[in-house]
Design a protein around this ligand. Structure first.
Ligand SMILES: [Zn+2]
Length: 468
């Protein structure tokens, strides 16, 4: 006996420009089997169990896919919190809890390009087996890092700890060995980390090629964090399966990327949240300002990339304090309009159909078609006229995962943070207290301080500014 679900009288919206009113979606055992008028109901055999959702006045669209979501970070405020201060056991349990927040926001699949331990593969399997409620997951493990890339943050005499999201690979043999280990442990793809903000190329072309060849030989994907022109250019030639960021690209690199058909996941949300809203949650000016400049440069690059035909995919870098789980996943769609010039339909496609590849379910998720998995949203409003609707959880009335409506009973969230052992974020000088010209401080660093303290710092700083 099959389980049937009929969602009736909906406005159907997808990433292909569909905008059809009064449509019915018929789901059988977790898959869409028919779309159309009320006649689709006749396909349900008499006596089989049929559930119905009346979607009159509502929109039904594919569930969102976040192609860049880090479940092990725990909404971190510091790199140390990502790498050091939380045990693997606690980190795993928190991640399992946080998956529900992501699903509740209408995200029915995520791709995790890197995280600590083997938590990603455990979460993926736990969701698949029904142990944990959450979106479908495809995952990498620890980032393959060089001494000059992301994740080798700490002094050389500390190194990259076992608990870090990265693993140091010092030569091509170590790249091969680490990939073999990660594949043995069940990853869907491996993640290579180039320089944090595109400062330099941290892996040679040959090293990148070793990584992609080894991963592909073992039938897993290989992806890379690459923000600067040199590393994006090398990464395209090394045939990574997708590239994250691509903030700076010259015409040659864009041409190469477009011709390669390798998708690009710009991941604008984290940078934009720091730049646009950093003043609201204590982000230091020294991080906010470079993010603003990076976004300006990125806008010009992504418009050229979009015009050249590069496939763009939505990913948010959720998992930081700037991108808590379940909050900002849909913002990336709007940002792709602003910073890359996508139409609303193209933005929806970037956040649905285009991201199917990153979760290993290309063509089976993110689309409204017979044979697709029934990962669907029922929305109060029409996102194709206003993407902001997708950021409002009150308007995401139902999330349907594999044909089963998700129960929203547990929205509790109060997770303790374990920041680094910060004692202050600036110097206390006599000038600062007296409001006189200060030779040592270059402004308040407002991370990790309370609201009252932020105000006090801002006041002290503006006093000093007026003295200058
Ligand atoms: Zn990331």
């Amino acid at each position: 006996m099959s389980e049937w679900l009929l969602i009736g009288n909906a406005l159907l919206v997808d990433g292909r420009g569909r905008h059809d009113a009064n449509q019915h979606v018929l789901v059988k055992d977790g898959e869409i089997v028919a779309l159309g008028g009320s006649e689709v109901r006749a396909q349900v055999p008499r006596g089989e169990k049929l559930s119905e959702i009346d979607a009159t006045g509502k929109t039904v669209m594919p569930g969102l896919i976040d192609a860049h979501c880090h479940m092990t970070y725990g909404e971190a405020r510091t790199e140390e919190e990502i790498d050091l201060y939380t045990s693997v056991e606690t980190r795993t349990l928190r991640a399992a809890h946080n998956l529900k927040q992501v699903l509740r926001a209408g995200v029915t699949s995520i791709s995790q390009p890197g995280g600590s331990w083997n938590i990603g593969t455990a979460l993926r399997d736990a969701v698949r087996d029904g142990i944990v409620e959450g979106p479908r997951i495809a995952t990498a493990a620890r980032y393959l890092s060089s001494r000059n890339s992301l994740t080798d943050w700490y002094p050389s005499w500390i190194g990259v700890p076992e608990s870090s999201i990265g693993v140091l690979v010092r030569n091509r043999d170590e790249i091969v060995d680490e990939i073999r280990l990660q594949v043995k442990n069940g990853v869907d793809f491996v993640k290579v980390a180039d320089s944090p903000f595109g400062e330099h190329q941290a892996f040679t072309y040959d090293e990148m090629r070793t990584a992609t060849d080894t991963a592909h030989m073992l039938n897993v994907g290989a992806v890379i964090h690459a923000r600067g022109n040199a590393e994006v250019n090398a990464a395209v030639r090394a045939e990574f399966d997708w590239i994250m960021h691509g903030n700076v690209m010259d015409d040659e690199t864009i041409e190469l990327l477009a011709a390669s058909k390798i998708p690009l996941i710009p991941t604008l949300t984290l940078i934009a949240n720091w730049a646009d809203y950093g003043h609201l949650f204590g982000v230091p000016v020294k991080l906010r300002d470079p993010c603003k400049r990076l976004l300006e440069e990125t806008a010009e690059v992504l418009h050229r990339a979009h015009a050249a035909g590069v496939t763009l995919v939505a990913g948010t870098d959720s998992g930081f304090s700037a991108t808590p789980y379940g909050e900002w996943h849909a913002r990336e769609l709007e940002l792709l309009q602003t910073y890359a010039g996508l139409s609303t339909t193209e933005a929806i496609k970037a956040g649905t159909e285009n991201a199917g590849k990153m979760v290993g379910l290309e063509g089976r998720v993110g689309v409204l078609e017979p044979g697709a998995l029934a990962d669907l949203l029922v929305i109060d409003g029409d996102p194709s006229t206003d993407l902001k609707i997708l950021l409002d959880k009150a308007r995401i009335e139902r999330v349907i995962l594999g044909g089963v409506p998700v129960d929203f009973d547990d929205d509790a969230r109060a997770i303790r943070h374990e920041a680094a052992q910060v004692m202050s974020t600036g110097y206390l000088t006599v000038d600062m207290v007296n409001g006189t010209r200060d030779q040592r401080n270059d402004g308040p660093d407002t991370s990790y301080v309370s609201w009252d303290e932020v105000e006090a710092l801002e006041t002290a700083y503006s006093k000093r500014e007026s003295v200058r």
